[in-house]
Every structure is written in structure tokens, then in C-alpha cells.
Write a protein that binds this ligand. Structure first.
Ligand code: AQP
Length: 327
């Protein structure tokens, strides 16, 4: 049995990328492991957020976690800001980080470039807070998408650096990638990842999109003029992205997909990709609708925060003792 931790930010409407890269793996591993899943709302405020939207999206994300298969009797589901040890350890991890290594993070470079001259310092110190989230639970495995590889490497570096100086306080975690490390790309700019904060709504499939919108978006997805369905990320990023989506959703190989569409055009291929995506998302949407106004959701989150706090506090006290933060 392993300890598993992962989080998602309530920084926008969840996407098919969040589902295939992260969410759907959460329920797969919960049966045989001790799992902690978090709505990381303190990460979301590393860029400006509307307070009312942030509040609503926090609850929406918790409901989507459960609608996607997370069982609150098996996994601990909680909101980051309700467990104070996250920012407390986050500060200690920030003090253990070097500015140079934080500035090298691709996500920092991408997101800070959009902020003009006023770059929030939290964007730079996002990785030490993420490291704290993970290390508090003595986590062995972190199911995240391929785009988070760099943040996982720095988490491991910070844990090893701390253990070298102060003794073995932290378990050093490993990344757990889903189906072939699926990275879902934007439907309109398929060399860029699909992202919940993308301004272009037609580039993104949201988990709560109506089936007709999903069909429309996939039909209009950027492809090429070859009309031949085969995998070639460099020359055919649009078709390759749709093949990745279909492969992840139907568990087929690229070869099987190429063979199935050998004498069919892009129209038929896109229609099947859309149908496959809709058939996976529809049951999630139905469960979400039942959950979102149910007071049971608050009880689950309160119980989750208490359980997470009890576990996190043990590590946090050990850290304080190790570094001399006590009277
Ligand atoms: N396009 C993607 N393909 C595969 N996995 C993805 N993830 C995100 N986008 C893709 C995975 O979803 C989890 C949650 O991510 P997050 O909320 O912590 O932030 P993120 O990675 O920065 O996701 P977004 O959607 O791009 O959010 P914004 O726009 O707010 O930055 C992670 O496990 C991630 O790997």
C-alpha cells in the first residue's frame, strides 16, 4: 500500500486535460492505497482570482472529484486552505529553495510572461508550496499529468536537500503518470497544452460542456489538409492530439486507430472522437448535477480536512523539531 497525494487548482472550469491527465487516475488507485486529494485553492491565488468565482469553483471542483469516481469513504478529500500546515510548511520549503531553480520552471516562465511588469511573487514560489502539499503526507506516489514533471523533480530535490541537512524527515515521492503520460493539447493550437485558464473557449473541452458543444469544438479542431489519420506529432499535431484523446478514452493503440480509419476521412474520425468523449463525460455530468447542491458535500469536506490535518500535523511538528522552530 502506498500513500498517494494529488491536487487540482480551482482556477477555471475543469478540462478534458485535467480529467485524462489526472482526475481519472485518482479513482483507479484509491482501492489499494491511502489517498489524499486536495482542492488547491491557495495555488489558484498565485494569479488574480475573482473572490466569488474562486469560492464557487472550489465547491464545483470538490463535486467533480466525487462525480469522476473518487469515493470519500476510501479517499480523503479536502480544501487546501482548511489545513493550515500547507502554507506553514510551504514557507519552510520556500526558505529551502533557490531563486535560480524556481526561475527555471517552465510554468513560471509561461505564466509570468502574461502578467506584465507586476508578476505575483507567489508564481515563483508555487513549487515549494506544491512540495509542501505532497511532503506533508509522507507521499510515495503523485498522480499528475505529464506537464507537472518539472514540479515533481523540484519536489524530490527539496525533500532530498532537507533530509540531507536535517535527517530523514520526508519520504521522497515519485510521479505516477496515467495512460502513456497523456498530455491533451489545445484544439486550436495543438502545440500548446489544453488549459483551464485559456481565454479561447473553443480550444478547450470543459468537463461540464454540453454534448453538442463538445461535438462542435472537435469538429472545428485544427487539423491539416492530408485527410489521413496517422500519428505524427511534429507534422500533424492536431490529428495526433485527437488520436491521443481517442486512445486515452477508448484504451486503443495509435495503430488500431490508424487501421480503423484507413479508408475514412477526418469528418468520420472527428465524429467518433466526439462521441467517445461525450460517452465518458455524460455520466460524470449527471453525478455532478446531483451532488453540487447536496449538503453532504460540506460534511465530506469537513471530515476530509480534519483527517488531513491530523496526518499533516505529525509531519509538520517533526519538521519544526528538526530545524529548531520551537521554544
Ligand atoms: N492538458 C493537460 N493534459 C494532461 N494533464 C493535464 N493537467 C492539466 N492540464 C493537462 C493535469 O491536471 C492536474 C491539475 O492541474 P492544476 O489545476 O494543478 O494546474 P495545471 O497543470 O496548470 O492545469 P491547467 O488546466 O493548465 O490550469 P491553469 O490554466 O490554471 O494553469 C495536474 O495533474 C496536471 O498535470
Amino acid at each position: 500500500m502506498s500513500i498517494i497525494f494529488s491536487g487540482i487548482q480551482p482556477s477555471g472550469n475543469l478540462t478534458l486535460g485535467n480529467y485524462l491527465g489526472a482526475l481519472r487516475n485518482f479513482s483507479k488507485v484509491q482501492k489499494d492505497n491511502e489517498c489524499y486529494y486536495c482542492v488547491v485553492n491557495q495555488h489558484a491565488i498565485t494569479v488574480p482570482q475573482d473572490p466569488q468565482m474562486l469560492h464557487e469553483r472550489t465547491r464545483t471542483l470538490a463535486a467533480i472529484y466525487i462525480a469522476s469516481g473518487l469515493d470519500p469513504d476510501k479517499s480523503t478529500l479536502f480544501v487546501q486552505s482548511e489545513v493550515p500546515e500547507h502554507v506553514q510548511l510551504g514557507w519552510i520549503m520556500t526558505c529551502s529553495s533557490y531563486v535560480g531553480e524556481l526561475e527555471r520552471m517552465t510554468q513560471y516562465k509561461d505564466k509570468s510572461a502574461k502578467q506584465g511588469d507586476s508578476i505575483p511573487a507567489g508564481l515563483l514560489t508555487y513549487p515549494p508550496l506544491m512540495a509542501a502539499d505532497i511532503l506533508l503526507y509522507q507521499t510515495n506516489l503523485v498522480p499528475v499529468g505529464d506537464d507537472q514533471k518539472q514540479h515533481m523533480e523540484i519536489t524530490r530535490d527539496l525533500a532530498q536537500r532537507f533530509n540531507r541537512i536535517y535527517g530523514d524527515v520526508f519520504t521522497v515521492p515519485d510521479i505516477l503518470l496515467g495512460h502513456d503520460g497523456t498530455r491533451v493539447m489545445s484544439l486550436q493550437e495543438p502545440t500548446k497544452k489544453m488549459s483551464k485558464s485559456d481565454d479561447n473557449q473553443t480550444a478547450t473541452i470543459y468537463l461540464l460542456d454540453a454534448p453538442k458543444d463538445i461535438e462542435k469544438k472537435i469538429k472545428r479542431a485544427q487539423t491539416d489538409s492530408e485527410n489521413s489519420v496517422h500519428y505524427d506529432v511534429k507534422n500533424k499535431p492536431g490529428i495526433s492530439n485527437l488520436m491521443d484523446i481517442l486512445a486515452a478514452v477508448t484504451e486503443q493503440t495509435h495503430e488500431q486507430i490508424t487501421a480503423a480509419y484507413a479508408d475514412k476521412g477526418y469528418g468520420a474520425f472527428k465524429k467518433d472522437v466526439a462521441d467517445a468523449v461525450v460517452s465518458v463525460l455524460e455520466p460524470i455530468q449527471q453525478r455532478y448535477t446531483q451532488l453540487i447542491h447536496d449538503p453532504e458535500l460540506d460534511k465530506i469536506l469537513e471530515k476530509g480536512a480534519a483527517k488531513a490535518h491530523a496526518k499533516a500535523n505529525v509531519t509538520y511538528q517533526n519538521v519544526c523539531k528538526a530545524i529548531g522552530l520551537y521554544r
